[in-house]
Design a protein around this ligand. Structure first.
Ligand code: FAD
Length: 283
């Protein structure tokens, strides 16, 4: 049984697929900048609803062709097994070897999940279809998933994903390191033996942070909320404060054994680069 500090540290970055040609052009520039950091891989999110799925495929293909390992996110709630099989084959044929496997959220208007209801079923299906071809990442929630019946139920459901064949996990973002350490302790007690990599959201925009955190159930501690409110529209102060908070959070996590960091880059190069360099990260 490994503890988190025994795993090799992995530093990775996340993009979302651009929606416009201008967005695609900006993301190319961002990729060129972030390539200098030599991330272990760049992952690309996936919309369950349809329109961004082609964007995920195009974006990972471009990243992979540029020489960086790309990891598409894949969600199952709105797709048939056949559709998932087809996309897995496509990724295999394009040299992709890592996938972030998710349940996803039900698109509005959809009444019931498709054939695979939870992420553990998707992980099992990927293993059945493609054996050990893919390294599979799954999602973890140190502050617990918003729909979880209870903390213990959510932990058991997390373990199901590991038993189904997940190799590693990336967390939802959080600002309280104790939530992460407590989650990791519980996982060790349940003999969950995979790296659990903190997902880190650089603080750069107050309104956006509040909106995202409401959606995904991440708690913004009161002291951070109050400080951000004070800054109003002073974007420079928000960014300087956000940078300090995020760097200190990463330092605490890494010095206490977190096996790496996954950066939610929001398709911007600068915040991730600043944090990465301040911490002197190397894969
Ligand atoms: P699951 O692990 O299936 O869990 C969902 C809920 O169901 C939890 O409450 C859990 O306790 C419960 N549960 C799980 N298994 C079972 C079971 N077998 N029986 C009963 N209950 C169960 N969303 C996107 O749309 N696109 C993305 O690209 C994307 N990327 C993400 C990346 C990361 C690192 C993270 C943390 C989240 C991401 N999300 C993404 C959001 C994610 O899709 C949502 O949080 C979604 O609601 C849950 O997905 P999951 O894979 O964690 O689900």
């Amino acid at each position: 049984m490994n503890s988190q500090k025994d795993f090799k540290k992995t530093y990775s970055i996340e993009f979302f697929p651009p929606k416009t040609p201008k967005g695609a052009e900006n993301l190319r520039k961002t990729r060129l900048e972030l390539a200098k950091l030599k991330p272990a891989y760049i992952s690309v999110t996936f919309g369950a609803g349809g329109s961004t799925q082609d964007g995920t495929i195009e974006t990972v293909t471009e990243i992979q062709a540029s020489g960086i390992s790309a990891a598409p996110h894949l969600s199952c709630i709105a797709s048939t097994k056949r559709e998932i099989s087809t996309i897995l084959e496509l990724y295999k044929s394009r040299g992709i070897s890592r996938i972030v496997a998710l349940r996803g959220d039900m698109p509005s208007g959809m009444q019931a999940p498709s054939e695979l209801r939870y992420a553990n079923e998707l992980v099992e299906f990927i293993r059945e279809e493609t054996g050990n071809h893919f390294k599979i990442e799954v999602a973890a929630y140190p502050e617990f998933h918003p729909q979880a019946k209870s903390a213990s139920d959510d932990l058991k459901n997390f373990k199901r994903k590991v038993e189904a064949g997940a190799d590693s996990a990336i967390t939802q973002y959080f600002f309280n390191p104790d939530a992460y350490f407590s989650f990791v302790d519980s996982c060790e007690k349940m003999e969950v033996n995979i790296p659990i990599i903190p997902g880190i959201m650089p603080i750069t925009n107050h309104n956006q942070l509040v909106r995202f955190s409401d959606m995904c159930g991440a708690e913004i501690p009161r002291w951070i909320k109050k400080r951000l409110e004070d800054f109003g529209d002073d974007i420079n102060s928000i960014q300087a404060f956000g940078m300090d908070v995020t760097i200190q959070l990463c330092e605490k996590l890494l010095s206490n054994g977190a096996p790496g960091i996954h950066f939610y880059s929001m398709n911007k190069a600068e915040p991730t680069t600043q944090i990465w360099n301040a911490l002197g990260l190397k894969n």
